[in-house]
Ligand binder design. Structure first.
Ligand code: SF4
Length: 461
């Protein structure tokens, strides 16, 4: 285990996406293998740094590195001082348990501008201004510029993007903060994140650090996936051997004891599973586990329908599932509460945890965004990864796997798509704006299944 004594913008970003991934990288010491894209990005940064510091392009840089770096040179503010390149900082906002450190590619005090160079294979990965405004890097760097480098407002934070594939070219996204009050809420959120990191930094067992399964497919797959799945596998075995099976046995015995005065429990008549077969929904071969899934979706529809009848409609982003039978989302429970509820459910003979069902919001035409996002997110907007989470969990559970990606022969994403398609065909209220990253493991199959349900499909590339 490594000692943890500072945070950074990239740590905050990683932690917010998956607490456990952050823990593996910054506490457990796992190193993500370097990719050719990352190596190219470093070389371009180095070339730009040399150009600003010495006034000349490096002579030992490769041709393609130079052509990429030169493509965005006219976007770099001039003149610039060599002392302002790769500015190291250490900044401890009020309430933060540790300092936040980092390097800023270029600061320009004369124009109150901060520059961060980014290499990218396609414009589709560029951040929009509103994303940059909320990005930890933009908030931290702009706060640092004001507090440590005496920048005066308005302060501009700019990403310069250098295209690494296809025709050489560059682009930029900027965001301007007109006063400190615009930075305060973002900085407070960052401090809260760093406080949560400090709590997780004390943990020695990764399974006590929260995992986000929706992040496992990011950027071609989490580099720590094998370690993460091995740890989960180990926990599953321990649970099935002792604590959980003992709990199950206890629950079953008590249910029988309650029934016994009235005689033997009534015979259970197996009902035919309802709904369309999954193979009708997706044009693919038969999918294992389909019957169980259909049954589960029917139950989820039933519970969601009952909930929508009794619960007043709320605006904004729907709560994430799974839900308990009384409608409370599992994610909102306090630590330890779930175990006691599960025990009570066992004693009552009800172990059902149901899937989430987003509420409809049709103020705007239902739109599916593929590889792009709207400039302004509506109240019903949701990212595909978040939307799929309960379905991915249900599929993994049905197949007895810790994660849907662990299902054999790449069938996991298809099963997830089938589950969502089936729910949609049976009246699932889809989000009014669904934002799909095509690189997510389920994206292609789910887009194919859901596109016919959307009035508008916006696509980039
Ligand atoms: S495999 Fe998934 S859950 Fe595990 S650390 Fe990586 S992103 Fe997080």
């Amino acid at each position: 285990m490594k000692a943890w004594n500072h945070a950074s913008a990239s740590q905050v970003r990683t932690y917010r996406r998956c607490n456990r991934k952050w823990w593996y990288q910054y506490l457990y010491g796992l190193v993500a293998p370097s990719s050719p894209a990352a190596a190219l990005g470093s070389a371009v940064h180095k070339a730009l740094e040399t150009r600003i510091k010495t006034g000349a392009w490096p002579t030992d840089a490769k041709k393609d590195v130079l052509s990429i770096a030169k493509s965005g040179w006219d976007r770099v503010p001039m003149p610039n001082n060599p002392a302002n390149v790769e500015k190291r900082f250490s900044f401890q906002p009020e309430g933060s348990p540790v300092p936040i450190i980092g390097f800023i590619d270029l600061v320009c005090p004369d124009t109150s501008t901060i520059i961060d160079h980014k290499t990218t294979s396609s414009p589709r990965w560029m951040k929009m201004p509103e994303e940059l405004r909320a990005d930890p890097q933009g908030v931290i760097y702009s706060s640092v510029a004001e507090k440590l480098f005496d920048f005066s407002y308005p302060i501009t934070f700019r990403h310069i993007y250098y295209m690494t594939k296809g025709k050489r070219g560059s682009a930029a996204t900027s965001v301007t903060f007109f006063g400190p009050t615009e930075l305060v809420p973002g900085l407070e959120r960052i401090v809260e994140t760093v406080k949560a990191m400090a709590i997780d930094a004390k943990k020695t067992d990764p399974l006590r650090v929260e995992a986000n399964d929706a992040a496992c497919g990011d950027y071609g797959g989490c580099p720590f996936k094998d370690t993460c799945y091995n740890h989960r596998e180990k926990e599953n075995k321990i649970m099935s051997l002792d604590a959980f099976s003992a709990l199950l046995a206890k629950g079953k015995k008590e249910v029988v004891a309650i029934n016994s005065p009235e005689g033997p429990p009534p015979a259970v008549v197996e009902e035919e599973p309802k709904g369309k077969p999954l193979v009708e929904v997706l044009t693919d071969d038969a999918i294992p586990g389909a019957d169980a899934l259909i049954q589960r979706m029917d139950e989820a529809d039933q519970v969601a329908h009952e909930r929508s009848e009794t619960t007043p409609k709320k605006r904004g982003r729907p709560a994430k599932g799974p839900f308990l039978p009384d409608g409370r989302p599992v994610a909102k429970l306090k630590k330890g509460e779930l175990v006691s509820i599960l025990s009570a459910m066992l004693e009552g003979g009800d172990m059902t945890i149901h899937l989430a069902k987003p509420e409809p919001d049709y103020l705007i035409a239902p739109t599916l965004y593929i590889g792009c996002i709207p400039r302004r997110l509506g109240p019903g907007a949701i990212y595909l990864d978040d939307f799929l989470l309960p379905y991915q969990k249900a599929v993994a559970d049905d197949e007895g796997q810790a994660h849907f990606l662990a299902i054999d022969f790449g069938k996991g994403p298809k099963l997830v798509a089938a589950a969502v398609a089936l729910a949609a065909a049976n009246g699932l209220a889809l989000p009014s704006e669904l934002i799909a990253d095509r690189h997510s493991p389920c994206a292609n199959a789910v887009i194919q299944a859901l596109a016919p349900h959307y009035a508008v499909v916006e696509r980039l590339g």
